[in-house]
Write a protein that binds this ligand. Structure first.
Ligand code: CMC
Length: 372
């Protein structure tokens, strides 16, 4: 047996949800560019869960279900108030709160397709409320309930900031949600599938996925990108910063990808948005620094920016706290995790690979009293 490090190139399952073929990303056969330019995030959720775009009636029904299920059990809010929210990373809080949601769902362990679909609705609806409630509570503010007249993207920004967002903000945020919704067998989605393939419950699958997304090689990269842009501070320092990192053989977050070779097709949309939004909000220097980092890095390494690179300056220009960037990734990606969880249940087999053992050979047991 020979191990393939990081399972690179290993095809671990079949799936009808999303595909990456020749550097083109599609959701159920729809090119990501088309969806990013035209679709609402709610349409994309429906697409991923039902493998078809919704009719107007189906879309309204899903939107209503999401709005009706957005409220959290009061115990989750109380729990946020119990610990020092200033010290806790919002991804850790999200992971814990999603696990808690399982405690308050009396159908959590019922393995029935309709019940599991409703758990998907509840999770998709409640995760934005968790992220925004946590963000407000740590600032000494009360959580805000979603409004029925706002769409998913607008509601998130409204629940976070307490004011109705501008159309340009809603458009940008919706696009970011669409772009992050699913991505074939990425690390967190694979984690979710491994978890539920034991026939564990939906809440366990999503909790496990949040844990995987949190790491800086995956979803956590967007927060690290913003940390880097802030550290650089001005465009004239960008080149030296990148060259110094490369010299020290350190990674620059937001570049490279396991699957894409020519570049991540999502990055160009975020780059465009970053340019527009940073200019509009007087944060233009972050776009300029980003561009300089991009030009310097890619002139040295053939590793184009990925989805996380320009999303950092987009979220920053929307006035979002930097440690909320990865939770926002989760707000979107949970739609994909849930689609994959439902697909896994529909044709399940335990996921249990092998390891190439490289430890010591045969050893004789020596009682503890006789060991030197
Ligand atoms: N900066 C500098 N060097 C890099 C980078 C980078 N961002 N990415 C890869 N490399 C180099 C790496 O050092 C290695 O060089 P060498 O062969 O000389 O040792 C080579 O490229 C291969 O890298 P790897 O880490 O073995 O590649 P991988 O396929 O295992 O990892 C990756 C893919 C995305 C984890 C990696 O490119 C990386 O760490 N990027 C930075 C973190 C990041 O932006 N993550 C977000 C990924 S996209 C969104 C998501 O899925 O969450």
């Amino acid at each position: 047996m020979t191990a393939t490090r990081g399972l690179e190139g290993i095809v671990a399952t079949t799936s009808s949800i999303s595909s990456i073929i020749d550097d083109t990303l599609t959701y159920v056969g729809y090119n990501i560019d088309d969806l990013a330019n035209n679709a609402s995030f709610e349409e994309v959720i429906y697409l991923l869960w039902h493998l078809k775009l919704p009719t107007a009636g189906e879309l309204e029904e899903l939107s209503n279900l999401l709005a009706e299920n957005a409220a959290l059990p009061p115990e989750v809010i109380e729990h946020f108030k119990m610990y020092n929210t200033k010290e806790v990373h919002p991804m850790a809080a999200l992971r814990t709160a999603v696990s808690m949601l399982g405690l308050y769902d009396d159908k959590a362990d019922v393995m029935d397709p309709q019940e599991n679909y409703m758990k998907a609705v509840r999770l998709q609806a409640k995760i934005p409320t968790i992220v925004t409630s946590f963000a407000r509570i740590r600032n000494g503010q009360e959580p805000i309930a979603p409004r029925k007249d706002l769409n998913f993207a607008a509601n998130f920004l409204y629940m976070l900031n307490g004011k109705t967002p501008e159309p340009v903000e809603i458009e940008a945020f919706n696009k970011a949600l669409v772009l992050h919704a699913d991505h074939e067998l990425n690390a967190s989605t694979f984690t979710a599938r491994v978890c539920v393939a034991t026939l564990s419950d939906v809440y366990s699958g999503v909790t496990a996925a949040i844990g995987a997304l949190k790491g800086p090689l995956h979803g956590g990269a967007n927060e690290q990108v913003m940390k880097m842009l802030t550290e650089i501070g001005s465009v004239d320092k960008a080149e030296e910063y990148v060259l110094d990192k490369l010299e020290k053989k350190e990674k620059i977050m937001g570049f490279g990808h396991r699957v894409y070779r020519q570049g991540d097709p999502r990055a160009k949309h975020l780059k465009e948005m970053s340019k527009r939004l940073t200019e509009l909000t007087g944060q233009g220097k972050y776009y300029e620094i980003s561009e300089k980092v991009d030009a310097t890095f890619t002139s040295k390494k053939d590793l184009p920016p990925n989805v996380d690179f320009y999303s950092a300056s987009v979220y920053h220009s929307l006035g979002i706290d930097h440690d909320l960037f990865t939770p926002i990734f989760a707000v979107s990606r949970v739609s994909g995790w849930l689609a994959h969880i439902l697909e896994q249940y529909s044709d399940n087999r335990l996921i249990r690979p092998r390891a190439d053992y490289i430890g010591p050979g045969k050893q004789e047991y020596v009682p503890v009293s006789e060991r030197g």
